[in-house]
Design a protein around this ligand. Structure first.
Ligand code: PFF
Length: 433
C-alpha cells in the first residue's frame, strides 16, 4: 500500500476544505431555509452561530485528524480501543448522506442538459415533479453524478481531490459573482436585498435558532469524518485558527452571495421566497425563462450548483474511502469501486422514493426524507457530540494548545465541554420531534 497522502500546500488544504463546506447546503438549502425562516433575522442569527459555536467543533474535528494522522476509525481507536465503534459511525454517516445528496446532484445534471437543449416548459412545478417521479432517468443521473465524485476521489488526494478543487472553486466564485451582478440589476432588486438585510425581530423564535444551527453544522461538513480525514493530511505544524476562520468566512460569503443572487430575482418577479426545496428547481427556472439570455444564465447557474455539489460530494466519499484503504489495505481504486456499488444500492431506492417507491415509508417518511432526517438531525450532531466529549472530557484538550489568545482559549474550553454539547443535544431533541 502507498504512503499516507499529504496536502501539497496550505492553500491546497484550505481550498479543498472550503470546497467541502461550500455545496448544495449553501446554494440550494441555505436560501430556502432562510426563505422559510423570515429572511434577514435568520441571517443575523446564522452569522452569530457560525462564527462562535460552530468554530469549536470545526477546529476540534480538524485538530483530532491532525493529531492522530489517521482516518476516522483509526483516529478514534488510537485514542482508546473502545472508541472504535464510534469511529465506524463516521464513514457510515458519509455513505448514508451520499445516498440522498447525490440524487440532487443528478437533478442538477438534468437541468444543465435542459438549459443546453433549451426546450419549452409551460408549468415548471409540474415539470419538476414529473421528472423526479420517473423510474429510470433520475436513477441514471444519480449514478452519473456518483461516478464523477468517485472517479475524482479514486485519482487520489493530490491529483484528484486537490486538483479538482483548485479548478472548480475559483470557477464557482466567478460564476456566482457574475450571477449576483445580473440579479441585483433586475427591476425592484432592492426589495430582495431588504428582505435579506433588514431584520424583522418579530420572526425570532427558538425553532428558527435551531434551524440556523443545524444549517451551520451541515454547511461546514461537521460530523461525518470528512474534516477529520482532511485534517489528517495536514503535514506542517501551523496553527489551525486562521485556516478555520478563512473556511468559515468563505463558506458564509458563498451562502450570502447565493442569497443575493436568488432573492432579488425572486422578488423582482413577484414570486414567493418560502417555496422550500423547489426554490432552485421550480422558482428559479421560471425566472430564467422570463429574462433575456435566460438559457445562458440558467446554464451558468446549474454549472455553479454542479461545481459546488462535486467538491462537497468528493469530501463525502473521501472519508469512507480513506477508512477502507487504511483498514483493509486495499488500493483507492478498489475502495472506490466498492463504494460506488454500495452507494448505488442505497441511492437507487432513495431516488425511486419520489415515484415508484413513494408509498414505502420508514417512520412515516419516504426513503429520501428518512436518510436526510437520520443523518442531518441525528447522526451528524451525534458524531459531533461524541468527538467533543472525547476531546473535552477524555483527552482533556486545552484551548491554549490550539488558540494562542488566553481569553479565547478559555472560551474554547467552556464551549467544547459545555456549550456545544448542550446545543447539540437541543438540536437532536428538536430534530426528533
Ligand atoms: N457541506 C456540504 C454542503 O453544504 O452542501 C454538505 C456536506 C458535505 C455535509 C460533507 C457533510 C459532509 F461531510
Amino acid at each position: 500500500m502507498s504512503e499516507r497522502p499529504n496536502w501539497t500546500s496550505k492553500y491546497a488544504f484550505i481550498v479543498t476544505t472550503i470546497g467541502s463546506a461550500v455545496g448544495l447546503g449553501n446554494i440550494w438549502r441555505f436560501p430556502y431555509i432562510m426563505g422559510q425562516n423570515g429572511g434577514a433575522i435568520f441571517l443575523a442569527v446564522y452569522i452569530i452561530l457560525i462564527s462562535t459555536i460552530c468554530f469549536i467543533p470545526l477546529i476540534n474535528e480538524l485538530y483530532i485528524g491532525k493529531l492522530t494522522k489517521r482516518e476516522c476509525i483509526g483516529a478514534y481507536e488510537s485514542i482508546n480501543r473502545n472508541f472504535k465503534f464510534l469511529g465506524v459511525l463516521n464513514p457510515i454517516t458519509g455513505i448514508l448522506i451520499a445516498a440522498f445528496y447525490f440524487i440532487v446532484g443528478g437533478w442538477i445534471i438534468n437541468y444543465i442538459l435542459k438549459s443546453i437543449l433549451n426546450f419549452n416548459i409551460n408549468d415548471y412545478g409540474e415539470y419538476f415533479s414529473n421528472f423526479i417521479q420517473q423510474p429510470v432517468y433520475p436513477c441514471i443521473l444519480t449514478i452519473l453524478f456518483l461516478f464523477i465524485c468517485i472517479f475524482v476521489t479514486a485519482k487520489g488526494v493530490k491529483n484528484g481531490i486537490e486538483a479538482t478543487n483548485k479548478i472548480l472553486m475559483p470557477l464557482l466564485a466567478a460564476i456566482l459573482i457574475f450571477l449576483v451582478i445580473i440579479s441585483i440589476n433586475l427591476p425592484n432588486a432592492n426589495i430582495g436585498l431588504e428582505y435579506m438585510f433588514k431584520p424583522d425581530f418579530s420572526k425570532l423564535n427558538s425553532h428558527m435558532v435551531l434551524a440556523a444551527l443545524g444549517q451551520a453544522f451541515f454547511t461546514l461538513s461537521i460530523g461525518m469524518g470528512a474534516l477529520l480525514t482532511y485534517g489528517s493530511y495536514i503535514k506542517e505544524d501551523k496553527s489551525l485558527v486562521k485556516s478555520v476562520y478563512t473556511i468559515i468566512l468563505s463558506d458564509t460569503a458563498f451562502a450570502i452571495l447565493a442569497g443575493i443572487m436568488i432573492f432579488p430575482a425572486v422578488f423582482s418577479f413577484n414570486m414567493e421566497p418560502n417555496s422550500g426545496a423547489g426554490l432552485v428547481f421550480v422558482t428559479l427556472p421560471k425566472i430564467f425563462s422570463q429574462i433575456p439570455y435566460g438559457n445562458i444564465v440558467s446554464l451558468a447557474f446549474f454549472i455553479l450548483l454542479l461545481c459546488a455539489a462535486i467538491t462537497s460530494g468528493i469530501s463525502i466519499v473521501e472519508g469512507p474511502c480513506a477508512s477502507m484503504v487504511e483498514r483493509f489495505k486495499i488500493s483507492r481504486a478498489k475502495a472506490c469501486t466498492i463504494l460506488f456499488i454500495v452507494i448505488s444500492v442505497l441511492a437507487i431506492p432513495a431516488t425511486l422514493s419520489f415515484g415508484y417507491l413513494s408509498d414505502f415509508k420508514i417512520l412515516g417518511k419516504t426513503i429520501f426524507e428518512f436518510l436526510d432526517f437520520l443523518t442531518s438531525n441525528l447522526m451528524l450532531p451525534l458524531n459531533t457530540l461524541f468527538l467533543c466529549i472525547i476531546s473535552g472530557w477524555y483527552l482533556k484538550i486545552k484551548g491554549i494548545n490550539i488558540i494562542k489568545n488566553k481569553f479565547f482559549a478559555l472560551l474554547f474550553d467552556a464551549g467544547l465541554r459545555f456549550v456545544v454539547p448542550i446545543a447539540l443535544i437541543c438540536l437532536m431533541l428538536i430534530g426528533l420531534n
